[in-house]
Design a protein around this ligand. Sequence first.
Ligand SMILES: [Zn+2]
Length: 150
Amino acid sequence: MATHTDFMAEALKQAQKSYDEGGLPIGAVMVENGEIIARGYNRRVQDGDPTAHGEMDCLRQAGRRARYDGVTLYTTLSPCMMCAGTIVQFGISHVVIGEAENFHGNEAFLRENGVNVIRLDDPDCIELMSRFIAEKPTLWDEDIAGNDPA
Ligand SMILES: [Zn+2]
């Protein structure tokens, strides 16, 4: 049985892929019935798309579906308001967050809206994101428009 840590490692592989491409190292995977059904990563730099956050890309890769009950979204970094709003809008019931040190994100908002949230405080997620922010602070600021809600 794969654990939260195993799935987070898969999300981190997506983040690493983006980092290697010169993009923002934030990755996500969507899991249903113990299987990964979609993977995604932040494509702001790669596609010139400001809304292509890791969670959004993962949802796009999953394609159309009517409901998201029983789906778990793993994301290496605590979700911004755009992604948190999307999670709530579509009723994604479970979110597992790699870390919230580099970006506080919107865990409280998710919980208030009935989403089951687990934060792993994963040292590998923290390390990759910290390294990126130190290397490319302007690009990081652009991705969140200087707006960390916490
Ligand atoms: Zn986002």
